[in-house]
Design a protein around this ligand. Structure first.
Ligand code: BGC
Length: 434
């Protein structure tokens, strides 16, 4: 949901990119047991997620969504094909989400059939030698939940914990790592970047949804009104804690964390606002992560902070689909900061680039992984790396336009085709070395 990738694609700057120290590591290998994964999210690939909150708002008029998710990649039916793709690349992990709206489509009504479905996906991972890294909520929630105020509802943490408990009892034994919430700070990150009109459209979208349902307030994790943000953060923080406790109550040994949308924030000049901005963008989340087993780092870009705010990217930078700078060393920078700020191990739960030109991706992956390896060599504990994304998929408000996939997907036949970058990434994973 990332206007941050669009809106920052402005003009020129006369600034040179900080030089990246080229270092040769003594040991060329990534750590033993390192997770090499690809990532997806249920709403973005499964299709027909009709009981979810976002499905409803995608199909309102007016809506902030440029198109509805519809069939997506039809991964609800084609999950075995997807797992085969992950295995064929030579990876050993798959990050995917279970969809709360399918498991609890009405408040208190839990679907055994849907739990069985996700159990089959988890078993399918193990059958292929893939560690299942499971997200419990990747932005979407059931429609009934958001129609009761979503994460701004004081009851929300307890509702989320009840779902986590049910899911864990059915699925917990097979999970390798659990991510409670995906990017609960996404709107904090977007707050200073989205122009007022976008906040207005989001608000209008939600007011329309609320009116249609005859409820006072409809709020989603990644679509909310500006004024909802404080209550949303309070609710998400409580939900992470309650969800984690519910997960641990079933399996105390299971590593649990959340994933954070994290830029590589760089200070430019003596009076940079960088540190103040970090407080706004990451809220209490770095503090909260200190009590977790790991933090999921999701990095797509760097931000240059001067004394008055964000500076434009250097002139002539490589750019992504929206014109935003593509700067491979940002991954290493974000990972170093996340560890320094929290002290816990890092799981790169997302990293990628939206581009129609796969040559950009094929070049970007090894360059970014070199920066990650340098951080590991400097002592940062990194558990694994999950590339976003396995497939070209539904990119939230931007619909199907941005292409983040290692595989393209035919929108009519749903046929998946590997892009050259899939072979580049797979070769690194197979070698466990650059
Ligand atoms: C989200 C993904 C999204 C990706 C690319 C992350 O913010 O977790 O769902 O598709 O970025 O924009």
């Amino acid at each position: 949901m990332l206007d941050r990738r669009t809106l920052l694609a402005t003009g020129a700057a006369l600034m040179a990119a900080p030089a990246i120290a080229a270092r040769k590591s003594a040991n060329p290998n990534f750590p033993k047991g390192f997770y090499w994964g690809a990532a997806t999210a249920p709403h973005q690939v499964e299709g027909n997620n009709i009981a979810s909150d976002l499905w409803f708002v995608e199909n309102q008029q007016p809506t902030v969504f440029s198109q509805p998710s519809g069939d997506a990649c039809n991964s609800f039916a084609l999950w075995e094909t997807d797992l085969d793709l992950v295995k064929a690349m030579g990876l050993n992990a798959y990050r995917f989400g279970i969809e709360w709206a399918r498991i609890e489509p009405e408040k208190g009504l839990f679907s055994q059939a849907m739990l069985d479905h996700y159990k089959a996906v988890i078993d399918g991972c193990h059958a292929r030698g893939l560690a299942p890294i499971v997200t419990f909520s990747h932005f979407t929630a059931p429609r009934w939940f958001s129609a009761q105020g979503g994460w701004t509802n004081p009851e929300s943490a307890q509702l989320f914990a009840r779902y986590c408990d049910k899911a864990m009892r059915a699925l917990g034994q097979g999970i390798a790592s659990a991510i409670t919430l995906n990017e609960p700070n996404i709107l904090l990150l977007l707050k200073p970047m989205l122009p007022p009109q976008v906040w207005d459209i989001q608000k209008l979208t939600l007011e329309t949804a609320a009116k249609r349902l005859g409820v006072p307030k409809y709020v989603c994790a990644n679509v909310a009104g500006f004024d909802d943000l404080p209550a949303l953060q309070t609710g998400l923080e409580a939900a992470h804690k309650a969800g984690k406790a519910a997960i641990k109550a079933v399996r105390g040994d299971l590593p649990v964390g959340f994933s954070l949308a994290l830029m590589d924030d760089q200070a430019v000049g003596a009076h940079s606002v960088r540190d103040a901005m970090r407080k706004q963008l990451y809220g209490n989340w770095l503090e909260i992560a200190k009590g977790d087993d790991f933090i999921g780092v999701q990095n797509y870009e760097r931000a240059l902070w001067g004394d008055k705010g964000r500076l434009p990217a250097p002139k002539g930078s490589a750019v992504n689909w929206s014109g935003t700078e593509v700067w491979a060393p940002s991954l290493g920078g974000a990972v170093r900061f996340a560890h320094e700020a929290t002290g816990v191990p890092i799981l790169v739960s997302e990293h990628g680039v939206g581009s129609d030109d796969d040559a950009v991706r094929a070049k970007f992956i090894p360059e970014a992984l070199a920066g990650l390896k340098a951080a590991i060599d400097d002592g940062v504990p990194v558990l694994g790396y999950c590339h976003w994304s396995l497939l070209d998929n539904f990119e939230w408000i931007f619909g199907y336009k941005p292409k983040f996939g290692l595989h393209s997907v035919d929108p009519v036949t749903f046929a998946r085709t590997p892009k050259p970058s899939a072979a580049v990434y797979g070769a690194i994973a197979r070698r466990n070395a650059l």
